[in-house]
Design a protein around this ligand. Structure first.
Ligand code: ADP
Ligand code: MG
Length: 729
C-alpha cells in the first residue's frame, strides 16, 4: 500500500490556489491578462515618460536607462501589491528543463528598526543567481563561475500566487547562454532580419518580420492515489512495467470523445487560470489514448508563446492536483498506447499583417508565399539531422520511431495542392503568375492554388513536419520539451537558408531581370533539389519509407546520443555562428549537457526498474508460487494417488513462475553490472552510448514482469494496473 499522503497534498493545493469559482459568471474578455503587467497596466501605473520609454524598449529594442527602470519597477510594485504580492522572482529557463525561480520579498529595513516595501530598477533588470547548480556543460569550468539573469521586456511580468514573476534570460558573465530563452531570442532576431529584405522586395512598407508559435500540448491525467502507488510514475514520469489493458485505444472511442466530468472541471479551472495570465487557451479535447488530452493556444509571437507554454506546464500541474489528478507530461507514460507530443505550429508574418506561409491575395503575394515556402523546405532538407537532433531526448526516444508520429525521419508533408504547384512551377516559364483558381473566371491551366485551399488542406498525421495551409506543424517535438530548443534550430536554419537565397536572388536581379523572373530563376533549382528528397506525402510509419528515406539521403539515425552529434558538425556550427544563434563553445557545452542528462534519466529509470523488480515483483511472484506449492502439497495429502494428474496445471504454473523469476533476476543483475561499467566511462558521449544500451535492456526486463502480471493472483499484485491507471471514472 502506498504511504503517500495525497489527501494532505491536495488540501495544500486547494489552499494555495485562488478561488476560481468567482470567475464562473464572468466573460473571459473581462479578466484576460489581469495577472500580467501588460500595456494597459503600464499606461495606468507609469508616468508618460516611463510609459513611452518602455514601449520603445519593447517595440524597437531601445535600451532602458536606470532612472526609467526605477519608475517601471515602482509602477509594477504598486500594481502587484494591490494583488497581495509580497515577493518577486526572476523566472528563467535553465537547461535543467524546468523553470527556475528564487523568491525575494519586497521587504527592506527602514533603518529605524522597521521595514518598508521596496522594488527598484536594478533588481528588476538584473540579478545574480548562484549559477553553479545549473547544467552548463563545462562553460563555468573554463570561464567565470557566476551567471546572471536579465529581464526580457518582450514577455510581460506576471503574478503567481503572492509572487511577481519577471521573465528573464540566464547567461554566464562571459556572455554564453545558459538557458533556452537566450538562443531562441537570437534565432528569432536572425530569422526576422533575414526575411525582412526579401519581404521588402514585395512590399516596401514592411518593417519587421515575426516568427509565430501556436503550441498544442498533449498530456495524460492519472488519479493521484494510483500515481502515488506507482514508484515508476512518481520518479520517472512513466510506467516502466505494466501489461496492456484488454481494452485500450483499439476502438478509437477516446479521440474527440465526450470529456469526462472530472476532467472537464479541471480544464475549466485551468482555462480560467490561463486566461487571467493572458494565455489564450482555445482548444481542448480528448486525445487518441485513454486518459490522454490536449490543450491548444491561439498562436502568438514565438518567444512569448513559448514562455506561456512553460508557465502553463506548471499551472496545469497545480490545478490538476486540486482535482485529485496528476498531469503526465512524459512522451510515453504507457507502453502500447499513443505517446504525447507538443505540436509546434510555426509560421512567419510581417508587421503589415501578412502571413508568409499562406497564399497571398494576388500573384505577387503568392510568389512571396512560394518563396518562403520553398526556402523552409530547403532549410529542413539541408539541416535535416540537426533539426531531428533538436527534438531528441531520452524521453522523446520512446515516441520517435514508434508506430505513431513522429517517425525518426524528418521529412516534410506538402499535400497534393502544393506538390502540384511546385511541379508546375518547374515546367512553366519563370514569368508565369501563380493565381488563386476561380478568382479570374475560367482556369487558364497554368499555376493555380485553389481558393478553398487554406481551410481545406489535406492532412497527413504520419508526417513530423507538415504544411497545413498557413503554417508548418512541427509535430516531432516532445510533450515535455521546452519548445525553444527545436524552435531555435528551426528559425536559425531558415534564417541561414534565407540569407543564402537572398544572395543568389541579388545576383539574378543584378542581371536586370524582373522580380518575378529573378525569384523563380533562383527558386527553381531549389525546388528541383527538395521535391523528391525531403518532400514526402506517403505513410511515414511504413517500413518501405525507412528504406527509401535512407536512399534519398535523409537522416535515419534512431540512437538519441548519436543524434546529438549533429549539433557540432562543421556545417552546423558554421550555420549557427553565421546567424549569431550559438557559438561553438555553447554548442559543445550543450551537447555535454544533453549527454549527461540522457545518462542520468536512463540511470534513474534503471535504478527504479531494478528496485521494483527485486522488491515489488519478485517477492509477490514468490509468495504466489508458495501458495501454489502449498496447494499441491495439500492435494497430495488428500489425494495421494491422483494428485499428480490433478495438480498438473498448477505445477506447470509453478515452473512458469520460476522461469520468469529467474529471467528477471538474471537480467536485472546484468543491467546493474552494465551500469557499473558505464559509470566508469569518463567521456560524456561514450557514457551516453553505454546508457543507450542500458535503456534498451529495460524493455527486456519488462517483458517477464508483464508476463507475470498476466497470471499472478490479482489480489497480490503490488501495483495499480493499466486498466486502472488509464480509465477515469
Ligand atoms: P490541429 O490539431 O487540427 O492541428 P489545433 O486547433 O489543435 O489544430 O491547433 C492548431 C494550432 O495552430 C493552434 O495553436 C493555432 O493557433 C495555430 N496556428 C494557426 N495558424 C497559425 C499560424 N499562421 N502560425 C502559427 N500557428 C498557427
Ligand atoms: Mg490539435
Amino acid at each position: 500500500m502506498s504511504k503517500f499522503r495525497f489527501d494532505v497534498v491536495q488540501e495544500a493545493f486547494k489552499k494555495k490556489a485562488e478561488d476560481l469559482a468567482d470567475y464562473s459568471n464572468k466573460r473571459p474578455s473581462d479578466y484576460f491578462g489581469e495577472l500580467t503587467f501588460n500595456r494597459e497596466k503600464m499606461c495606468k501605473y507609469l508616468d508618460a515618460q516611463a510609459f513611452k520609454a518602455i514601449v520603445n524598449c519593447m517595440d524597437n529594442g531601445a535600451p532602458l536607462d536606470r532612472a526609467t527602470a526605477d519608475k517601471v519597477a515602482e509602477g509594477m510594485k504598486r500594481w502587484a501589491m494591490e494583488h497581495g504580492v509580497t515577493h518577486i522572482t526572476h523566472w528563467f529557463q535553465p537547461l535543467s528543463d524546468c523553470t527556475a525561480e528564487k523568491h525575494d520579498s519586497f521587504m527592506e529595513s527602514d533603518g529605524k528598526g522597521g521595514i518598508i516595501e521596496t522594488f527598484n530598477g536594478k533588481s528588476l533588470v538584473q540579478q545574480e543567481p548562484d549559477a553553479s547548480s545549473f547544467p552548463n556543460g563545462g562553460i563555468r569550468a573554463t570561464f567565470e563561475a557566476r551567471g546572471y539573469t536579465a529581464w526580457d521586456p518582450m514577455s510581460p511580468v506576471f503574478i503567481q500566487d503572492d509572487t511577481l514573476c519577471i521573465p528573464t534570460v540566464f547567461i554566464a558573465y562571459t556572455g554564453e547562454a545558459l538557458d533556452y530563452k537566450t538562443p531562441l531570442k537570437r534565432a528569432l532576431k536572425a530569422v526576422g532580419d533575414a526575411a525582412l529584405p526579401i519581404c521588402k522586395l514585395f512590399d516596401s512598407h514592411v518593417n519587421k518580420v515575426y516568427s509565430y508559435l501556436g503550441w498544442e500540448q498533449e498530456y495524460f491525467l492519472v488519479d493521484e492515489d494510483l500515481y502515488a502507488a506507482r514508484p515508476d510514475l512518481m520518479i520517472t514520469g512513466r510506467t516502466l512495467m505494466g501489461h496492456s489493458s484488454s481494452k485500450s485505444q483499439q476502438l478509437d472511442d477516446h479521440y474527440f470523445g465526450a470529456i469526462p466530468t472530472r476532467v472537464a472541471a479541471f480544464m475549466r479551472d485551468l482555462e480560467i487560470a490561463a486566461c487571467r495570465l493572458g494565455v489564450p487557451l482555445k482548444t481542448r479535447h480528448n486525445e487518441v489514448a485513454p486518459n490522454q488530452f490536449e490543450f491548444a493556444t491561439i498562436f502568438g509571437e514565438a518567444n512569448l508563446s513559448n514562455d506561456q507554454n512553460q508557465l502553463m506546464m506548471n499551472v496545469m500541474q497545480n490545478i490538476a492536483r486540486r482535482h485529485g489528478f496528476v498531469v503526465l507530461m512524459h512522451e510515453k507514460p504507457f507502453d502500447g498506447v499513443n505517446g504525447s507530443g507538443k505540436h509546434n505550429n510555426w509560421s512567419l508574418g510581417t508587421d503589415t499583417g501578412v502571413g508568409l506561409m499562406a497564399p497571398g491575395k494576388d500573384a505577387k503575394g503568392n510568389l512571396q508565399f512560394v518563396t518562403f515556402f520553398v526556402n523552409v523546405l530547403a532549410a529542413v532538407q539541408k539541416y535535416n539531422s540537426v533539426l531531428k537532433a533538436s527534438i531528441a531526448s531520452a524521453t522523446n526516444a520512446h515516441r520517435l520511431g514508434g508506430n505513431e508520429a513522429p517517425p525518426a525521419i524528418l521529412s516534410t508533408f506538402l499535400g497534393k495542392t502544393m506538390t502540384d504547384v511546385l511541379r508546375k512551377l518547374l515546367e512553366v516559364p519563370s514569368e508565369t503568375p501563380i493565381e488563386i483558381a476561380g478568382k479570374k473566371g475560367r482556369s487558364l491551366g497554368l499555376v493555380e492554388i485553389p481558393e478553398i485551399f487554406v481551410d481545406n488542406t489535406d492532412r497527413n498525421r504520419t508526417s513530423p513536419f507538415a504544411f497545413t495551409g498557413n503554417r508548418f506543424e512541427f509535430r516531432a517535438v516532445g510533450s515535455s520539451a521546452n519548445c525553444a530548443g527545436p524552435l531555435t534550430t528551426l528559425n536559425a536554419a531558415v534564417a541561414d537558408q534565407l540569407i543564402s537565397f537572398k544572395a543568389d536572388l541579388d545576383k539574378e536581379l543584378a542581371t536586370g531581370k524582373t522580380l518575378n523572373v529573378a525569384v523563380m530563376d533562383t527558386l527553381k533549382p531549389i525546388i528541383r533539389s527538395v521535391i523528391d528528397v525531403v518532400c514526402f506525402d506517403g505513410n511515414g510509419y511504413s517500413e518501405e519509407w525507412h528504406k527509401e528515406a535512407a536512399a534519398r539521403g535523409l537522416d535515419v539515425e534512431t540512437c538519441v546520443p548519436k543524434m546529438f552529434k549533429a549539433f557540432t558538425t562543421e556545417e552546423v556550427v558554421e550555420m549557427f555562428t553565421r546567424t549569431g544563434v550559438y557559438t561553438k563553445t555553447e554548442l559543445e557545452a550543450r551537447n555535454e549537457v544533453k549527454w549527461e542528462k540522457y545518462c542520468k534519466k536512463v540511470q534513474i529509470e534503471a535504478r527504479v526498474m531494478g528496485r521494483m523488480a527485486m522488491n515489488h515483483i519478485i517477492p509477490v511472484a514468490l509468495e504466489y508460487q508458495t501458495s501454489l506449492l502449498k496447494n499441491v502439497s495439500k492435494m497430495k495429502d488428500v489425494f495421494p494417488d491422483e494428485y499428480k494428474n490433478m495438480s498438473a496445471g498448477t505445477i506447470a504454473l509453478i515452473q512458469k513462475l520460476n522461469k520468469y523469476i529467474e529471467e528477471i533476476r538474471t537480467k536485472v543483475s546484468a543491467m546493474v553490472d552494465a551500469r557499473k561499467e558505464a559509470n566508469k566511462l569518463p567521456d560524456g558521449y561514450e557514457k551516453a552510448m553505454a546508457y543507450y544500451a542500458i535503456a534498451q535492456s529495460l524493455a527486456e526486463i519488462r517483458r517477464p514482469i508483464d508476463k507475470l502480471e498476466e497470471f499472478v493472483d490479482n489480489g497480490m499484485w503490488p501495483l495499480p494496473k493499466y486498466r486502472e491507471l488509464l480509465f477515469i471514472n
